[in-house]
Design a protein around this ligand. Structure first.
Ligand code: ATP
Ligand code: MG
Length: 801
């Protein structure tokens, strides 16, 4: 070997050094979080090249995300005088794409084949289902799409699908038809990239041998999260172990080397088919001689690491290893108990402000949560405070498809002539209204200068009838929601639009349903928090935001939601209209711009491999984290615990854990029991900001907490943790209301169903009564003038008998 740049290896500890400089041969680095696995992998590539053992063209390195691949390439760029772009470094999908681009002919693809993303792939499945004239209720495209992807992930083509009944026979046919269609159109989906590459290598001996000779070193990060097909794929590139073993001197043999790094304690994708067993298989099938463990953690302070070690020791199925640090204990891990999810978000906000003032960049503040639905309350708090933030691995709440669909229906009940909303949901869920029909409708609307809703009469036949039925549905929704509270309106629309049923039938619809429930919560919170009927909205002030930050643009935008009653008529925006405006504004471009220093929001899954100075883990409540859906089987809890381990080990300097006594989630208020994971942390490493065990003020909550700890039946515990409470903030809605009226000298008593006279709108019927005193308001149907919301302290109303 040539002389190496001494700086390359200077800072490595002995185990890391041994791993980086291993002689050729298959190796497994099994080590905990923050022990330098990724750093070792990168350094090994640089060392192999520097010492002349490897040319850049002989490297293949696989990472899990594009972000990780980019970082690796960037690091290698600083370590080596060569351009690392030529190296095969990327995600599984990225590398397969590269491979198929080079061998498109052998792979029977057109040279310019296109890749379908998940959404495109679903549309393709839909066309197939339609073309086969299948009942979409029985053969739900989303489910078929999932089935096809899962089959491919296990290496199964249509002919390999087990057929045992009518249903599975049709599934097989759809899978086949989908493949034919993709082949005809020259497109491949994500799973096809992997499978096609694997099959080509499996069936083409010369090609496989070529690549085995070419890639001398194959390196895989996050090996614990590989699935079956990825493992089989790797085996195609690797020299079979019997051949590798038979060569006398490993250094000179023509066998290549697979260098896998992973951490069984961080295996968090079993629910998507990842097999931690691949590590054991790898060790056995590749006859791995070198298994190196790294036990020193360079990322976190002692208290954080103690918490991680202590927690994960509760898992039984472990390969077993520990982590230590020489960094000193650092600050204790802080635990905060909040009375509500709003209070939790407020606390986060204060902490983030404080940390930023103390000099921490916002990008070093990460807020982690178990489930995407939790982000809304946090986003809302940050948004209102004008603090830039970025959400990773998920759309912002109001930008999510299911939320946009629900909002579109709500907009149509306000205004059926909103063409954008009309187009978004006229055929969602599917109502047999095709693209051609919609083109004709748009033509008719254009010709007459009217809205789509108004132009439906121009179309005859089946198409016209389907459109007419949609219009009628919107109309009846509109009528049915008169007199309902905002919460009831949204619930009604989600149910009658068919959205709820649609997502219930979807394989992965549970989260979308949760988000729809979150929309109900958002509306409820909006009505109570924004102070319906109050004069103005408090403008957000962010004392820490400098000029040019998002806060500057905010006051204007927020002020567009104007709750001030009209001075003359007393008219105010309907709660629904006000909420829709609010949703539109929040969905506006308030995401931190690229390069802007922003607080980082993401799920724990999305945080894998990353590190931050300050980490907040929120929502540490039974049923949420650990998630109740994962608790159905015994392995589920261990996977949740590994997820918690991943979360804790993202922190470098400061770790804060929080939970909330009550949380609006899935459409209801839950009384929470704090997560069992908090009990599994070492008391000495913690600092409770709120006295431990105090918060569960009410006796029953403490009882449930104890029941929980006793471990009596999971089912009953989950139920117990979710007792419905009378929502204190609920909008008081009454049948009868007495107010001081400006028109009637003295008290005016209004009753639902009673007729009134308004100086401008004329005669009307009271539909809804809400609030009290100065905040009292009524929804009144003025017939020709339509539905109006009036502030009763201002509106000039007189009763008609
Ligand atoms: P994870 O399991 O979370 O992916 P990892 O094992 O891949 O973690 P790395 O991200 O490689 O760990 O390293 C964690 C941190 O420790 C990084 O900031 C890295 O630069 C630093 N580090 C690793 N080894 C050393 C070392 N010998 N000296 C100083 N810093 C180190
Ligand atoms: Mg790593």
């Amino acid at each position: 070997p040539h002389a190496t740049d001494p700086r390359l290896l200077a800072n490595l500890n002995p185990e890391q050094l041994a791993a980086v400089t291993l002689p050729p041969g298959h190796a497994l680095i099994l080590a905990g979080a923050g022990s330098g696995k990724t750093r070792v992998l990168t350094t090994r590539i640089a060392w192999l090249i520097q010492t002349g053992q490897l040319s850049p063209g002989g490297v293949m390195a696989v990472t899990f995300t594009n972000k990780a691949a980019k970082e690796m390439i960037a690091r290698l760029g600083t370590m080596l005088p060569v351009n690392p772009r030529g190296m095969w470094i990327g995600t599984f999908h990225g590398l397969c794409n590269r491979f198929l681009r080079a061998h498109w002919k052998l792979a029977a693809l057109p040279q310019s084949f296109q890749i379908l993303d998940t959404q495109d792939s679903l549309s393709a499945v839909k066309r197939v289902v339609k073309g086969m004239q299948l009942d979409e209720e029985r053969f739900v495209p989303k489910q078929i799409s999932w089935f096809i992807a899962a089959s491919k992930d296990e290496g199964r083509r249509p002919r390999d699908v087990a057929v045992h009944d009518e249903q599975s026979r049709v599934m097989q046919q759809v899978y086949q038809a989908y493949e034919d269609q993709c082949q005809r159109e020259g497109v491949v989906d994500f799973a096809e990239l992997m499978l096609r590459t694997y099959e080509l290598l499996r069936d083409n001996d010369p090609l496989r041998e070529h690549y085995r000779r070419r890639f001398r070193h194959i390196l895989v990060d996050e090996f614990q999260d590989t699935n079956r097909l990825q493992y089989l794929w790797l085996k195609m590139f690797a020299t079979p172990p019997d051949r590798a073993a038979s060569s006398s001197s490993p250094g000179d043999s023509d066998a290549n080397s697979v260098f896998a790094v992973g951490d069984d304690d961080q295996s968090i994708y079993a629910f998507r088919g990842a097999q931690v067993g691949n590590m054991a298989d790898f060790e056995r099938e590749f006859k791995v001689r070198e298994v190196i463990k790294l036990e020193r953690n360079y990322r976190s302070f002692g208290n954080i690491l103690d918490a991680a070690n202590h927690l994960i020791s509760h898992n039984e199925h472990r390969l077993g290893k520990n982590l230590r640090t020489e960094a000193g204990p650092g600050e204790p891990v802080r635990v905060n108990e909040a009375p509500s999810d709003f209070a939790e978000a407020q606390w986060l906000l204060d902490e983030a402000r404080f940390l930023h003032r103390e000099g921490s960049p916002r990008s070093e503040i990460a807020v982690l949560y178990r489930s995407n639905a939790q982000s809304r309350v946090i986003e809302s708090a940050l948004f209102n405070a004008g603090i830039p933030y970025r959400v990773y691995g998920g759309l912002r709440f109001f930008e999510r498809a299911e939320i946009k669909h629900a909002l579109a229906y709500l907009r149509l009940t306000e205004n059926p002539n909103d063409d954008t909303s009309y187009l978004r949901v006229v055929n969602f869920p599917a109502r047999g209204i095709g693209a051609r029909t919609l083109e004709q409708l748009q033509d008719a609307a254009r010709a007459s200068g009217r809205s789509l809703h108004q132009s439906v009469g121009a179309l005859g036949g089946k198409a016209g009838a389907n459109l007419g039925a949609f219009n009628a549905m919107i109309e009846s929704m509109r009528e049915a929601t008169h007199g309902l509270t905002l919460r009831e309106i949204i619930e009604h629309v989600i149910a009658t639009s068919g959205l709820a049923d649609f997502y219930k039938a979807e394989r992965e619809g549970a989260e979308r349903l949760e988000n729809l429930d979150e929309l109900v919560n958002a509306a409820e919170a909006f009505v109570t928090q924004e102070g319906f009927g109050k004069d103005a909205v408090a403008l957000p002030v962010d004392e820490t935001a400098g000029p040019g930050t998002i806060a500057d643009g905010l006051p204007q935008a927020v002020a567009a939601v104007d709750f001030t009653p009209d001075a003359e008529t007393g008219e105010i925006m309907s709660p629904l209209a006000a909420f829709l405006t609010h949703a539109a504004l929040e969905a506006g471009d308030n995401q931190a711009q690229a390069g802007q220093d922003a607080v980082q929001l993401m799920t724990v899954h999305a945080a894998k491999g990353l590190e931050f100075d300050n980490v907040f883990i929120t929502g540490l409540e039974e049923g949420l984290f650990p998630n109740e859906r994962a608790l159905a089987d015994a392995d589920g809890l261990e996977e949740e615990r590994r997820l918690m381990y991943v979360a804790i080990t993202r922190a470098r300097k400061r770790l804060c854990l929080s939970f909330s006594q009550t949380r609006m989630l899935h459409g209801q208020t839950r009384y929470n029991v704090k997560s069992r994971f908090l009990e599994e942390l070492p008391e000495a490493a913690l600092k409770w900001l709120t006295p431990k065990n105090q918060g569960f003020g009410s006796g029953f909550a403490r009882e449930y907490q104890q029941a929980w700890q006793r471990g009596s039946g999971l089912g009953s515990m989950v139920g117990a943790g979710r007792v419905e409470s009378p929502p204190a903030w609920a909008t008081p809605k009454t049948r009868e209301l007495t107010v001081e009226s400006p028109a009637a000298s003295g008290a005016l008593t209004l009753r639902v169903g009673k007729s009134v006279f308004h100086t401008k709108f004329g005669e009307g019927v009271v539909v809804t009564l809400e609030g009290s005193g100065a905040d009292a308001r009524a929804q009144i149907n003025f017939g020709r003038h339509g539905m109006k919301w009036l502030a009763l302290a201002i509106a000039k109303l007189t009763p008609i008998d």
